[in-house]
Write a new protein. Sequence first.
Length: 267
Amino acid sequence: MSRATAKGRRSGSGSATPLASSVPQQSAPVEEGAKRELVFLVADKGMEAMIGTFLGRQDFHYKLGCARFDFNHKTDIVRAGGHDPGLVKREAGKILNRRRREYRRAVVVVDNAYEGSPGPDEIHDRIAAQLDGVWEQFEVIVIDPELENWFWVDDPGLVKRVLLWTPKGGDRTPRQVLEEAGLWQHGAAKPGDPKRAVEYLYEEGYTGDQNNGIFKRLALALPSVRRCTDESFQRLMATLAEWFPAQGATAAGEYGTDHTKQTESKQ
């Protein structure tokens, strides 16, 4: 099972004092009430596509079981140019800490699967150390092994639609094809190598797409997050629910009840 480490969440001041070089000079602090709620720092375009598209939905707060908060996918997601290794070494702090003047909270999302990875716990701790003492509230989400693990939801029909399943696949599900290829162990919740699974289906002509479009289509079409078993995604949901507590109808619709029409009717 995938795992996430999330010891970086803060509800008060961080305990560690960051290096002076990691704290930008703030000549004109922004009033707290004028700051935006949340900024995401992500490692790649796939994360940007999935998170930005999902939080751009009118009903995202019902799906996640949190209160609605203002989010702009064009400004509130920052994609790192150096991918996961650079963020782990020092780039996360360099990129995010200068945005503390503009935002109240920060979330960093990275993969564990890259050459030379020190493992989820160490990745978490290294990034958290860059933010601690600067951000009062932050979270580090480490996806183990990588983003494609979020893609393999327990809904064969949805996965087919998102992958643009071709006639070659016939009535078989992606899982059945991958089990026959030895890429999905019988009884397992997800493929052992979730990224390779997507690549294989594309290479063998079962799907019409393997780029970031699959993440956008999934984020738009996902009817519920209730069956998402990935621990890193669950940690992200728990963090947002803590920062933006649900009340009333939103709490009643927690984790996937379809309130899309209700939400749109109130706009």
